[in-house]
Every structure is written in structure tokens, then in C-alpha cells.
Design a protein around this ligand. Structure first.
Ligand SMILES: Nc1ccn([C@@H]2O[C@H](COP(=O)(O)OP(=O)(O)OP(=O)(O)O)[C@@H](O)[C@H]2O)c(=O)n1
Ligand SMILES: C[C@](O)(CO)[C@H](O)COP(=O)(O)O
Length: 227
């Protein structure tokens, strides 16, 4: 399975002065943990890191230290995650029929989750890992007044990996450009094009390291993992 890792962000919400993926969790960079999961997932045979060229020397040092056995390609990142994934899709080898996309910032995803998504995408056109929402969610207007309380039964928190048929995802990205859609994940492009996206059970611990608090939680989770 081909795996694209969007890794070209700046980490505004982390408040970091450089790509947050180089921040350390339990003595390894965030991106190192993500790459180790990809290396350990038997289904993954090719890795594309979508990132800014100014970060490539640091990524290359990290990869060399990890002694990865799988081929890793570098792909130039875009100004948004959507643009980065678009670039990644163009850089896939022509024989790639399905692809998994997994945020570099989701460094706690397990190899089992990557393998489960890789298996599931062989039987559908699009999928995402997701978990049921535990909180009661409120829809609030711009004045701070609650408008409604959606039924939690239908609310799921989106994660990555997200898996897709490559040709369909390329078409959905092209349609997104034509229509000027701005989305935060690839499933949203499928949804807007009217193509079904399935849920694969995600992992409670598969958080995206977005803020300094997430960094502390990730440290706790990794340091308490067995094995
Ligand atoms: N132009 C971008 C922006 C984001 N990403 C990647 O998309 C994933 C999810 O994005 P997010 O957590 O929002 O990362 P940042 O954009 O770095 O963070 P922020 O939004 O706080 O600036 C990350 O692995 C990030 O590196 C990317 O490849 N290209
Ligand atoms: C793709 C994603 O990780 C799913 O949870 C997420 O949407 C990325 O961007 P966000 O802007 O942090 O939501």
C-alpha cells in the first residue's frame, strides 16, 4: 500500500517557531514516531513525505537514524493541507490504485490501524478512521447563543489514516479546485462529490498533536505503552 504523509505544516496552534513535527515526544521527534508506525505496518510498502524543501535535510537525518527499510520519497508541500495532498497524489507512482493518507502529526496511530485501513480500502472507494464523539456538541451562532444540539449518535471525530481509490481522489481534488472548495480533510472532497466514505474504527489514543497540551498527552501515552 502507498502511504502519503502530509508533513508540510507550520504548527501555528502549537506556537512553535518551526515545523512542529520536529518537536520531541519521549525522546523522538513526532515525525519519527509516525514513520516508525509506517515501518512496522506490514501493509505499507512505499512512503511519500509531503513537506517543505527547507525541512528536507532534517527529515533525511531522522530517516537515516531510524534505518527505515521502506522506500521514502520527498514531495514538495503546498500552502494548505489540501494542496499538500494534491501534490502527493500527483507524485504517486502510476501503478498506485489505492492510497492511505496519514497526518505526520498523528504520531500515535498504531501499525494495526494502518493495516486495518489498508485492508479495508481494497473493498471500498473511500474510508476514514474515526471515533464516536463522547461530548455533547452544541451548534453556536456568532453571538455565542446555542442554536441546537445534534444527536450524538451521528457524530464521529475524523482521524487519519484516510484511504481512497487514487483515480477518484484525484478527480475529487480537481473538482475541489474548480469549485474553490477549502476542506480540512480528503473525505470532505469525496462527500461533496457525492461519493460514499466509510468509517473504520479509529483509536482513542490517535490524537493529532496540535497544541502544547496534545504534546503532553502524547508524551504520557507513549511513555505508558508496553513493548
Ligand atoms: N500546508 C500544509 C499544512 C499542514 N500539513 C500537514 O497536515 C497535517 C495536519 O495539519 P495540522 O495539524 O493542522 O498541522 P499544521 O498546519 O502544522 O498546524 P496549524 O494548523 O496549527 O498551523 C500535519 O501533519 C501537517 O504537517 C501539510 O502537509 N501541509
Ligand atoms: C485530517 C484531520 O487530521 C482529520 O482529523 C484534520 O482534519 C486535519 O486538520 P485540522 O485543521 O487540524 O482539523
Amino acid at each position: 500500500m502507498y502511504l502519503l504523509i502530509p508533513a508540510a505544516g507550520v504548527g501555528k496552534r502549537m506556537g512553535s517557531n518551526r515545523n512542529k513535527l520536529f518537536l520531541e515526544v519521549h525522546s523522538k521527534s513526532i515525525i519519527a514516531w509516525t514513520l516508525l508506525a509506517a515501518e512496522a505496518a506490514s501493509s505499507i510498502s512505499w512512503i511519500g513525505i509531503i513537506s517543505q524543501p527547507s525541512d528536507w535535510p532534517d527529515f533525511k537525518n531522522i530517516i537515516a537514524d531510524l534505518s527505515l527499510t521502506k522506500p521514502v520519497e520527498f514531495i514538495i508541500g503546498g500552502a494548505t493541507r489540501q494542496e499538500s495532498v494534491y501534490n502527493g497524489l500527483q507524485a504517486l507512482p502510476p501503478e498506485a490504485e489505492q492510497v492511505l493518507i496519514h497526518d505526520g502529526a498523528r504520531c500515535l496511530a498504531t501499525p494495526n490501524l494502518l493495516n486495518a485501513c489498508a485492508e479495508a480500502i481494497r473493498h471500498c472507494a473511500g474510508l476514514i478512521a474515526a471515533i464516536p464523539v463522547k461530548d455533547t456538541i452544541k451548534i453556536v451562532d456568532e453571538t455565542g447563543i446555542i442554536q441546537s444540539t445534534p444527536d450524538r449518535q451521528h457524530l464521529w471525530a475524523a482521524q487519519t489514516p484516510q484511504g481512497f481509490n487514487v483515480q477518484l481522489l484525484k478527480q475529487c481534488h480537481a473538482e475541489g479546485i474548480r469549485q474553490g472548495w477549502e476542506v480540512t480533510d480528503d473525505a470532505a472532497l469525496f462527500e461533496r462529490c457525492g461519493i460514499e466514505v466509510r468509517i473504520v474504527p479509529g483509536e482513542e489514543t490517535n490524537l493529532k498533536v496540535t497544541t502544547p497540551q496534545d504534546l503532553a498527552i502524547a508524551e504520557f501515552i507513549i511513555s505508558h505503552r508496553g513493548g
